[in-house]
Design a binder for this molecule. Sequence first.
Ligand code: GLU
Length: 333
Amino acid sequence: MRVRFAPSPTGYLHVGGARTALFNWLLARNDGGVFILRIEDTDISRSTEEAIEAIIEDMRWLGLEWDEGPETDGDHWPYRQTGRAALYLKAAHRLLDEGKAYRCFCLPEELAERRERAVAEGRSPMYDRRCRDIPVDEARRMEREGRPFALRFKVPEGETVVGDLIRGEITFLNTEIEDFVLLRNDATPTYNLAVVVDDLDMQVSHVVRGDDHLSNTPKQILLYHALDAEEPAFAHLPMIVGEDGKPLSKRHGDVAVGRFREMGFLPEARINFLALLGWSLDDSTTIMDRETLIAGFSIERVSSKPAVWDDDKLLWMNAQYIMSLSDERLVQA
Ligand code: GLU
């Protein structure tokens, strides 16, 4: 089993990201597999070095050490997307050469205007595929003239099935999937292209991530197939909600992992608490040390229902750990 945590360093590590990292780590440790940390910094304007450092520090505080990734070894160096541009270009050009992608000369302003008009008229805002049928010779000529273009994926006919390990099979009609962009007109890759190229290159066997990515998964499966590869197994973790049922956010209080450290929460308590956000060992055990979590963790026992964040439970759990720790450990913490 090869799993990965792939944060975008556009801010601090929040509890949702930490839960995703933890579940991947537990799966790898349970199975004797490999846990990879990959920094997804293709969005250069929003990614920062400070965020990368903070994520690494928080992961270490939580004790989620990685086997491959920054500041470690691994056969798929670099583990940072900005250093992997050549791989994305190669895959995108292969798809173009094989007629599975096409040049789109529509300008961003035109696209935005058409989208707005479509929404106002009650039509689908999806790209209308108008550049799909430009003959290849004509498209090449336009490229030579210096016209900027993006590369779009030619979504085939049919349907795409996501066999999710938590939710079962989910079928998407390809008519509802946009001819999505692979390379922007400055030749930078989009998330969907970069993530597939990296997961393939890093031989990721299981993609375990938040369910906010579920709508990307059929696009990624189509890309795997277009690259003549088999897709990994997928598991989409249920979202974390506050007690009001709304997605957990700053409105509910602190969501940054770093803040919990500052407030004096013990990493043992944090890990135990995060593990129970969507997973349970047996519906009754609450206090579990790392070894018990590793031994007992399985995707089969992850729920598809939203996980509710409960501050009182976290405080109670932290108190349990404080009471059980030796004086020396408590002084260290
Ligand atoms: N970089 C993505 C994010 O932070 C993760 C994508 C993935 O796990 O596939 O949301």
